[in-house]
Design a binder for this molecule. Structure first.
Ligand code: ADP
Length: 515
């Protein structure tokens, strides 16, 4: 249908006359006064015409008695901008039951007692048409807003892509400068600043692209069984640097056994890492961040609580809106665009989950609660088969030269019940091994000085080193790496990031079946 045709339909006054003769007379009078009218012979025809487009309707109260359900359905199904004017011709005398029904069910109703003076009818109809014209204006404005919103989304997507293109060679050049071998502290500092700032730009651009993909419905999530303990571990790995930099204390509480939801590993990790980053960002140095994973009936609940700057009650409901930053004057808000929480909410919605924020007010910390439906227990997954109860009573030595990595892993395994000791290099690992006598050693391969292969060989040569499970945890999963691990005496080879369930199978599950 053309726009002109639609405009014509939208201007019509629909008439449902008490009798055909009445209809012809009224239509003639109104048309002579310049009002476009259309006669309908039944309520059903009237309802159909209203759906095609109408400015107002005029009907006798008799039709309301016979078709009140159809009419009230027609009124209640209107678009949010629409409040269709309904004029009802009543019989003379006291108010009828139909008139009261019309008033309560049909919304924007004007009663006109018969016989109606022509001037009264005309002025009422004109008022109704004017009111409808206002509604059409609002409809146009809403359509314009939607179009502007769509263009904004498109603009953000284009902006993101265009900004990302030059960023990638800049980062490569910074990398080249770093490797250029210039030994000059001033130069190194400059390159480090460039690298940090370019990295920051990349994250902002990624967030922009991500949010524009979500708003345009272009993101798909996997729906695979995942254990929230793994997700927490991976998110901690991402957020550890910012938590460490602010010297926050981290407390973890993870319900024993697997907490399986159906979802997308990468996306759920992104959700938690965003919430952890915010907790770190909006909490003064030395504060505390608590992460808890619990299960209630059919729901998994992840709580991230901090004792930071808090959120005032008026802002609580808007923190999840796009580009919302509670206090722009706050130095800390400058690190983002105010889309992190929008992403969190949208990604959770794609998983059938939700997030809420609470705070007792400024200065009193914030709590974010994430809820996700637990996977049905019959869902096939290796974890349910084991129903693991954590690492209670197991002694694990974690060896990695990356302090963030060891601390994350240590906190996680301790939260799952293990007793954990860590070492930052090969030599320390050997002395810890003798003192601590662990059941299992998680060993990084690429360490300066003595590498993981050498540490494994030396542990195997020790009297107590025979029965320990040696597990290589590396970024490399090539066959050659795996072969070298086994040659050096490792029992297992796992690829980073650590899959907690696999580790459980090795450290607890396997020994439970072999002993
Ligand atoms: P950004 O951090 O980039 O500003 P977010 O969408 O992640 O954007 O957060 C929106 C706003 O919500 C933040 O600017 C901040 O004001 C508030 N906020 C988020 N997390 C916390 C928190 N843990 N404590 C206090 N305020 C928070």
């Amino acid at each position: 249908m053309t726009t002109d045709e639609q405009l014509r339909l939208d201007r019509r006054l629909l008439l449902l006359p008490p009798t055909p003769k009445d209809g012809a007379v009224t239509q003639d009078l109104l048309q002579r006064a310049g009002v476009e009218t259309e006669l309908c012979s039944t309520v059903r025809a009237l309802v159909t015409e209203v759906q095609r487009g109408a400015a107002a309707v005029l009907l006798p109260e008799e039709s309301i008695a016979t078709a009140s359900l159809e009419l009230s359905a027609m009124v209640s199904q209107q678009a949010p901008w629409s409040d269709l004017p309904v004029m009802v011709l009543t019989r003379p005398g006291a108010d009828s039951a139909e008139a009261s029904l019309a008033m309560s069910e049909l919304g924007n109703v004007t009663l006109l007692e018969r016989p109606v003076r022509m001037a009264t009818l005309l002025s009422t109809v004109r008022t109704a048409l004017r009111a409808r014209e206002r509604q059409y204006q609002i409809r146009r404005q809403l359509a314009e807003l939607r179009e502007a919103d769509r263009r904004k989304d498109e603009f953000l997507a284009t902006l993101g892509h265009e900004l990302r293109n030059p960023l990638s060679p800049i980062l490569t050049c910074v990398e080249l400068l770093k490797r250029g071998g210039v030994e000059n502290p001033e130069f190194e500092r400059t390159v480090a600043v460039m690298q940090r700032q370019a990295g920051h730009l990349v994250r902002l651009v990624d967030d922009l692209l991500e949010v524009s993909r979500i708003t345009r419905g272009l993101i798909e999530v996997q729906h695979e069984p995942v254990d929230l303990a793994d997700i927490v571990a991976a998110a901690l790995e991402t957020s550890r640097p910012i938590i460490e930099a602010s010297e926050h204390h981290l407390r973890l509480e993870i319900a024993p056994g697997p907490t399986i939801v159906r979802g997308d590993n990468v996306r759920l990790t992104q959700v938690l890492a965003n919430l952890l980053n915010n907790a770190a960002k909006y909490t003064d140095p030395g504060g505390t961040i608590e992460v808890a994973v619990r299960r209630t009936n059919a729901t998994a609940l992840i709580t991230i609580r901090d004792n930071g700057i808090g959120i005032d009650p008026q802002s609580l409901s808007s923190v999840f809106d796009m580009f919302t930053q509670v206090s722009r004057s706050d130095r800390r808000t400058q690190g983002g665009l105010g889309i992190g929480l929008t992403l969190v909410r949208s990604l959770l919605a794609l998983h059938g989950g939700s997030v809420t924020a609470s705070s007792e007010g400024p200065g009193r910390g914030s709590t974010f609660e994430v809820r996700l439906p637990l996977a049905p227990s019959e869902a096939p997954n290796r974890n349910a088969a084991h129903g693991h109860k954590g690492f209670a009573g197991r002694r694990v030595l974690v060896v990695d030269d990356n302090q963030d990595a060891t601390e994350t892993l240590q906190t996680l395994l301790e939260a799952l019940g293990a007793t954990v000791v860590s070492a930052a290099n090969g030599r320390e690992a050997l002395s810890q091994f003798e003192r601590f006598q662990p059941d299992a050693v998680l060993l990084d391969i690429g360490m300066p000085g003595m590498d993981g292969y050498e540490v494994a060989r030396r542990i195997r040569a020790l009297a107590a080193g025979g029965a320990t499970r040696l597990i290589a945890l590396t970024g490399w999963g090539q066959q050659e790496d795996v072969r070298r691990c086994f040659e050096a005496g490792f029992n297992h080879h796992l690829v980073k990031p650590l899959d907690v369930d696999k580790l459980w199978e090795i450290v607890v599950g396997a020994s439970a079946t072999t002993h």
